[in-house]
Design a protein around this ligand. Structure first.
Ligand code: KG4
Ligand code: ZN
Length: 359
């Protein structure tokens, strides 16, 4: 058994995160990967006033937070044991990605360590390896091929994971991401940012109230009938806006309306995501459905996908809540495989930001 220690940096959006990880290898196989630390400094409150992430403000915060987060993550750890540094190089917000890359480049020079670029989308998928605490052979044999849905504030895509590192994009959003739709819908309804958990909370009230029918609300399920695996959420956002504008001021303020509207918004988004994921799992003979990204914290989405997987007699995997949001530990797992594939660079200047990187 061989132990490999490395550090990971994640700044692709509005979370500043650094993790120290340990990979245990047997020969050329990963037996287990674990995060010894995974510090996340969230900027959610800062961006709340803008109703979304404001890139240049996020960049300034990352610059301020990175040395502090590094100090916390590396506390009690002998950095001379590190063998490489992983950093998210895409996709994400360009100024934010560069902040993390520049920080990792400085560490790389200081400690003379190679740099491995981590793909943020692969990281959301591989976060499940940390949650399961299993090795690559077990993961591959028990769960792959998998149909994976990565849904967050910046991304909505469906891909087929044949092996770790071998992915085929099945479809993605043509406009807004699902999380963005939750966030924009919440803003329309006057709810705070981030919108996903807020909409979810009010939707639950609707169920708790026994689904009162006094407000007749019906929203579209965009592209649900189309045979491809693409998504579109900007039309849904517009439909929510028009429907909301039609209500009287009194209705807009009523908790019943807010609950019914939230329930319908959540149902519309979840139904589209589940329907396409399930269809893909059937078409590609998947052994599992695997989700990742901030929206995967949504309880209804988890419940419905779990049900779909059970119906198909396949497995369902979702990361632990702290690993479903942006964090450096998951970037570390993606960075570890990139490093092992020989993709790490010796010259730190060779690693650049790739804001539009795909899976
Ligand atoms: O992955 P993440 O932390 O950051 C991005 O890469 O975007 O995802 C944040 C997104 C936000 O849009 C937020 O509203 C959404 O995830 N989100 C949720 C829930 N929790 C967070 N959406 C629906 N239901 C939730 N419970
Ligand atoms: Zn993310």
């Amino acid at each position: 058994m061989n132990e490999i220690f490395f550090l990971a940096v994640e700044t692709s959006c509005d979370d500043t995160s650094i993790s120290i990880l340990k990979a245990v290898e047997d020969g050329d196989k990963l037996k287990k990967i674990e995060a010894l630390s995974n510090i996340v400094s969230s900027q959610t409150q800062l961006h709340a006033g803008y109703g979304g992430v404001y890139p240049f403000l996020a960049k300034r915060e990352h610059q301020k937070n990175l040395p502090v987060v590094f100090g916390q993550a590396a506390k009690d750890f002998d950095v001379s044991k590190l063998q490489f540094i992983a950093v998210t190089h895409g996709p994400g917000l360009d100024p934010c990605l560069w902040t993390g890359i520049n920080f990792a480049q400085e560490l790389s020079k200081k400690y003379n360590l190679p740099l491995a670029g981590a793909n943020h989308l692969e990281a959301h998928f591989l976060a499940n390896l940390l949650t399961l605490g299993i090795g690559e052979d077990e993961f591959t044999n028990d769960y792959l091929p998998a149909v994976s849905l990565v849904v967050s504030g910046g991304h909505t895509l469906l891909f087929l994971a044949k092996k770790i590192g071998d992915y085929e994009l099945l479809g993605q959003t043509l406009d807004d991401a699902a999380g963005e739709c939750f966030d924009k819908a919440a803003r329309i309804l006057g709810l705070p940012y981030p919108g996903g958990p807020e909409i979810s909370k009010h939707a639950l009230e609707y169920v708790d109230r026994g689904k009162p029918g006094e407000v007749n609300i019906k929203l579209p399920r965009p592209m649900i009938k189309q045979k491809n695996y693409n998504f579109s959420f900007s039309g849904l956002k517009t439909a929510i806006l028009y429907l909301h504008q039609k209500q009287t001021e009194e209705t807009k303020k009523s908790p019943e309306y807010l609950a019914a509207m939230s329930h319908e918004i959540e149902s519309a988004i979840v139904e589209v995501l589940v329907s396409k994921t399930k269809r893909a799992a059937i078409e590609f003979g998947a052994r599992s459905i695997i989700i990742g990204g901030g929206v995967s914290a949504n309880k209804i989405l988890r419940h419905e996908l779990e049900g779909a997987a059970a119906e198909l007699n396949i497995k369902f995997l979702a990361p632990a809540p702290d690993l479903s949001v942006d964090n450096a530990a998951m970037a570390g797992v993606a960075g570890y495989f990139a490093w092992r594939r020989g993709q790490a660079v010796q010259n730190p200047a060779d690693l650049t930001s790739e804001p539009n990187l795909g899976i």
